[in-house]
Design a protein around this ligand. Structure first.
Ligand code: DC
Length: 230
């Protein structure tokens, strides 16, 4: 059977990665979280203290992009891949609030995007891949076999992210998360290069009131219908 390329885009904390992981497991496909790669670059900024007046020093970052190699490595204990920055696992570090606070400012840079889009396209060259992000159906895989655009109510999204983050950082507040999500939505949808938008041929999936299982069932039904067509 043909190995499909499946693109999943949408706002932050909409459950895109959950859907992508569930589908990858079900279909035995590769799962790639492209947001993790942007977070990896933001982590490099923090690690190397590339800041001027409290803001990421994008000029220095761009000069040092060649020093960054991001790879994924399957971790059998977690049943998912770790992200490695120059050979060192940073899967936990990239989920921290400090990274979320600056990542959108890094993701607007055309040099960063072009580096990561190339890596993402290479990962998908043989199909059998599910990638989630903001520009997967529009830029990375414009000819993807199936595209989903996932949405959810903003309050529900903030609560979901809060539940996830508070386990790792008890000082975090729901208000701070809400503000960060709003800021990221704004930057992600209004940036000049590859803004987040629904591809014309994407299927919209609002999962505000859907369980994880119901969301998976919805997507699988569409994929099965599409597989019969291709
Ligand atoms: O999905 P996430 O929250 O982990 O993504 C982190 C940031 O990276 C998000 O603010 C937008 C950016 N991003 C992007 O610009 N393009 C992608 N394909 C994936 C993420």
């Amino acid at each position: 059977m043909k190995k499909l390329t499946i693109a999943i885009d949408g706002f932050s904390s909409c459950g895109k990665s959950t859907l992508a992981k569930d589908l990858a497991k079900e279909l035995n496909y590769i799962f790639v979280d492209s947001g993790a790669m942007y977070r990896g670059i933001a982590y490099f900024v923090l690690q190397n203290n590339l800041f001027t007046n409290g803001e990421p020093d994008t000029v220095s970052l761009i000069k040092r992009l060649d020093e960054i190699t991001l790879t994924f490595e399957y971790n059998p204990e977690k049943f998912e891949s770790d992200l490695l920055l120059n050979g060192i696992t940073i899967s936990n570090e990239i989920r921290k609030h400090e990274v979320a606070a600056i990542v959108s400012k890094i993701a607007v840079l055309k040099e960063v995007r072009s580096k990561l889009v190339k890596t993402q396209q290479k990962l998908g060259e043989f199909g059998g891949i599910i990638m989630d992000g903001r520009d997967i159906g529009t830029v990375v895989f414009p000819f993807a076999d199936i595209k989903f655009f996932v949405t959810a109510d903003p309050t529900i999204r903030a609560e979901r992210r809060y539940k996830e983050l508070v386990l790792k950082d008890s000082t975090i507040t729901l208000a701070a998360i809400k503000a960060n999500l709003e800021e990221r939505d704004f930057i992600d949808t209004t940036r000049e290069i590859s803004p987040l938008k629904k591809a014309d041929d994407a299927i919209e999936l609002d999962n505000s009131n859907l369980s994880r299982e119901a969301q998976l069932a919805f997507a699988l039904k569409l994929i099965n219908e599409r597989t019969i067509d291709v």
